[in-house]
Write a protein that binds this ligand. Structure first.
Ligand code: IPD
Ligand code: CA
Ligand code: CA
Length: 257
């Protein structure tokens, strides 16, 4: 497993350097669907990550945000080359490279790398998580009263806005404050590092959450969908938090008016 992690870290650093270098000359910005942007840099960074991994593991397969699924192997790398593309396009320095490696559908390795701050968050299934080579743990905040909670708006699916706002208006008065920073992978890494006490968002894809979810679990946190089902990738929504905040958030989210 350590060898897989070494390759993932190498790929993330290479892509991070490249994406930072290219930020002053983005050549194309396309809209894949409503509010869903891709630049030539996202695509090239994804290719760079895939090449780095394929050089070490030519038989492994991929699930990537920009190029989709390729290959057929028990090992599948799940990649988001820039998580937070809207921030990247607008020169807001808050985005990350997210790389996970699954074996038979279970995430074994996670890397979320923030090249703007040089922060590297990693995890190996069953072996814990690290932030800049130090053991990472979720916060100890109990319940919601003093909790700082991250979230993402349903900006690509306005139909979910009423449902989202209902949860927001129940949660907001109970917690200390909320953040919407624009990179789900970094939101999850921040939960793992104890910077945020919890995070929730609707409408995410596997490449947004695969690495971040393992970071949270291996830091002692809990991850599920909004109903508390651990198989969150099926339903596209995610709730992640330290165990006490998780319980409190799940209760609020599922409280009937
Ligand atoms: C997006 C970011 C954002 C979240 C979206 C994601 P992208 O990823 O993580 O914070 O709210 O749901 O799709 O498109 O920038 O890779
Ligand atoms: Ca993403
Ligand atoms: Ca992306």
């Amino acid at each position: 497993m350590q060898a897989l992690l070494t390759i993932a870290v190498r790929a993330a650093r290479k892509a991070g350097d490249f994406v930072i270098r290219e930020s002053e000359h983005i050549k194309s910005i396309e809209s894949k669907s409503q509010n869903d942007f891709v630049t030539n840099v996202d695509q090239a960074a994804e290719q760079l990550i895939m090449e780095t991994i394929s050089n070490a593991y030519p038989e492994h397969s991929f699930l990537c945000e920009e190029s989709g699924e390729s290959g057929d192997s028990d090992y599948q790398w799940v990649i988001d080359p820039i998580d937070g593309t809207t921030n990247y396009i607008r020169k807001i320095p808050h985005w990350a490279i997210s790389i996970a490696c699954k074996h038979k559908g279970r995430t074994q390795i996670a890397v979320v790398y923030d090249p703007n701050r040089g922060e590297m968050f990693t995890a190996v299934k069953g072996r814990g998580a690290q932030f800049d080579n130090k053991k990472m743990r979720v916060s100890q905040t109990k319940g919601l009263e003093h909790a700082l909670i991250g979230t993402g708006f349903p900006f690509r699916n306005e139909k979910r806005l009423p449902e989202y706002l209902e949860i927001f208006s129940k949660m907001f008065p109970l917690c200390s404050d909320m953040r919407r920073a624009g990179s789900a992978a970094l939101d999850l890494a921040y939960v793992a590092a104890g910077r945020l006490d919890g995070f929730w968002e609707f409408g995410l894809s596997p490449w947004d959450t695969a690495a971040g979810a393992l970071l949270v679990e291996e830091s002692g946190g809990m991850v599920a969908d909004m109903r508390g089902n651990p198989n969150h990738e099926k339903g596209n929504s995610i709730l992640a938090a330290n165990p006490k905040a998780f319980k409190a958030m799940l209760k609020v989210i599922n409280q009937k008016p």
